[in-house]
Write a protein that binds this ligand. Sequence first.
Ligand code: ATP
Ligand code: SF4
Ligand code: MG
Length: 323
Amino acid sequence: MRLLEVDNLTTYYKLKDGYVRACENISLHLERGEAIGLVGESASGKTTAALSLIKLLPDNAHVMAGSIKIEGRDIAGATEEELRHIRWKDIAIIFQGAMNALNPVRRVGDQIVEALRIHEKLSEKDAGRRTAELFEQVEIDSDRVREYPHEFSGGMRQRVMIAMAIACNPKIIIGDEPTTALDVMVQAQVLQLLETLRREREMGMILITHDLSVVGETCDRVAVMYAGQIVEDGPTEKVFEAPSHPYTRALITAFPNIEGERYLAASIPGDPPNLLSPPGGCRFHERCSEVSELCRNEAPEITDLSPGHRAMCHLLQRKVKVK
Ligand code: ATP
Ligand code: SF4
Ligand code: MG
């Protein structure tokens, strides 16, 4: 049974002039210990997809369709109380801005102790001991459990967030740009820490990042999002070596060196569409160098290219038909 199976997840935001179609027909899956990278330009819907998975969406968001199964159990009908438990025990998230997730007026240790008492049913003493262990695990001196969030540096807060996220041994961890705000050295340390924990605990991981080199180094598979849709997904090596969708190719070309030093990505010519009224046909057609009349009029379907590798482009459908 798969650790995570997401089918056709569709989330829109309601605004007074219509719906922002931020996340449409997202399907992805994850096995135990596997990491999948979720990439795509800003506003492509990565955070919306992640928040839809843990049902932590803002009030104006509407999940229009889709199912989310964790080890076969559909969490669609979970109550708010069940969801709180699920977010500690099954699928935890680390956000980019750790400050937002930590309560500024409570000692960081107490926040973890409380979660362990509620969700792991530990005694006060055991929860305290476990919190100290978690601090050591994320390489922070356990004496600091009594400090407040503002007493930590950015990198440390991010590590506290990781300690919090793994406190109840979740099966899946989502990192939504967990290191973007950090300097390069600390970034590498935090990523290494996540990687070690993933291997030790066989956690599944969804890593959202703009940094394709991080995906190349850490993720078994990659899903590329454009304008609210997954346009290509597959084994990382395959997708990076032989990208099949024109957008994936543009994204890779705009990223100077996947295997080497990290650089800021150059931009792809043109802008992503407004998701309040995305263009008909293929959503990428206004920026695609291989566009044809068909692309403007008809949305392409997902094409299976090889086991586990799929992409959504008319050119591929033609190729498959010709074969
Ligand atoms: P980034 O890389 O910048 O973090 P992203 O891929 O995570 O971007 P999302 O934050 O999921 O993108 O946003 C997807 C789309 O949904 C964007 O068009 C964004 O403007 C829109 N959006 C996000 N949150 C809301 C909201 N609360 N209300 C309305 N629209 C929203
Ligand atoms: Fe480009 Fe057409 Fe393929 Fe869309 S369907 S990516 S516009 S070739
Ligand atoms: Mg985001």
